[in-house]
Design a protein around this ligand. Structure first.
Ligand code: GDP
Ligand code: MG
Length: 163
């Protein structure tokens, strides 16, 4: 089985941008992977000879503040359930939000292997809010810039080491 990596996080953190970076595709590739639901956005990422299925989720787009967990689209919950590794994306410029905390609480509760990815970390190193994300209690925080491609290969190497 090819390992499955799910990109999860509140709206606008850069999940789709990272998805496009990792997979270099804009089209969903859904047909080839039996056992996976067809209504999500799948692509493949490659690192040397290793291959990964990457799942982009957009299921949190409609969530209002609070009780995000209950409002989390089942699509996202299913993507988490079928993932071998979750990349939990947060915004290094905006800092830790209540929505991030709710998602983090859920990921801790289910005990899914998770890496915290602090996106939008290009430039302005002094004004980034990286330390806050350790409060999520999910371990190390990795800074990347999906838009600029910074840290993306290293991220894939880290993910590969977990899988
Ligand atoms: P999603 O809602 O989590 O899928 O987020 P998107 O990938 O649609 O990105 C939301 C916005 O953040 C867009 O305007 C992106 O151009 C921007 N964005 C994504 N990645 C980065 C980044 O690394 N740095 C900066 N500055 N902006 C980014
Ligand atoms: Mg998106």
């Amino acid at each position: 089985m090819i390992p499955v990596i799910a990109l999860v996080g509140r709206p606008n953190v850069g999940k789709s941008t990272l998805f496009n970076r990792l997979t270099r595709t804009r089209e969903a590739i859904v047909a080839d992977f039996s056992g996976l639901t067809r209504d999500r956005h799948y692509g493949t990422a490659k690192l040397g000879k290793r291959q990964f299925i990457v799942v982009d989720t957009g299921g949190l787009e409609d969530s209002a503040e609070g009780a995000i967990f209950e409002k989390m689209a089942s699509q996202t919950l299913q993507a988490i359930a079928e993932a071998d590794l979750v990349l939990f994306m947060v915004d290094a410029r905006a800092g830790l939000s209540a929505q991030d905390q709710e998602i983090g609480r859920y990921l801790r509760k289910i005990g899914k292997r998770t890496l915290i990815i602090a996106n939008k970390a290009e430039g302005m190193k002094d004004s980034l809010h990286l330390a806050e994300f350790y409060e999520l209690g999910l371990g190390e925080v990795y800074a990347v810039s999906a838009a600029h491609g910074q840290g993306v290969r290293e991220l894939l190497e880290l993910a590969a080491a977990e899988l």
